[in-house]
Design a protein. Sequence first.
Length: 179
Amino acid sequence: MSEIIIYGSFYGTTKKYAEALSDKTGIKACSYKDVKDINSYRTIIYLGGLYAGGVEGMKKTLKNLTDITNKKLIIATVGLADPADKQNTDHIKSKMRTQISPEIYEKACIFHLRGGIDYSKISLLHKTMMNMVYKKALSVPEEERTAEIRAMIETYNKQVDFVDLNSLEPLIKCHLMSP
Ligand SMILES: Cc1cc2nc3c(=O)[nH]c(=O)nc-3n(C[C@H](O)[C@H](O)[C@H](O)COP(=O)(O)O)c2cc1C
């Protein structure tokens, strides 16, 4: 009973992960925009695309949780930065802490998945934002560039797809573990 996969996705990569997870677990997936009563679910799996460190829709959605005592929470971010790099995941996690309560952060199992981008398809606002990030990245001396900065420069204005549905396996294992 009462399990849900919720996703926040602009361009579909997070939705793709959410739908694959839904197929593998049999849990219904829906956009955070369509969630009616989040408190009625005992297990909540939230997947959100990363936008300037923010997890799309997460803050807005999870702030409606009133009592998490008996709940199972799983959160997965989907971004361009390589989650195999600890510096990247530390950075993502530090930003996440500013978006959700310490109780939710401590209780949730957190995962990081890799998404993709097609610059020819993103909105003008997002293009402008990425151009600013790119210029800032270029201004960092080469020897000081983190993996995240280097990946940003390498993928700028390109179409890249790092979606790997097998990377959902640890999340599925966590879901199967009790409670
Ligand atoms: C404006 C903008 C900001 C982004 N900021 C980040 C970021 O802070 N960290 C990151 O890893 N990826 C970032 N990305 C890349 C997206 O997280 C990535 O494309 C993701 O797969 C998008 O998910 P979606 O297709 O479900 O919307 C950004 C992309 C755009 C367009």
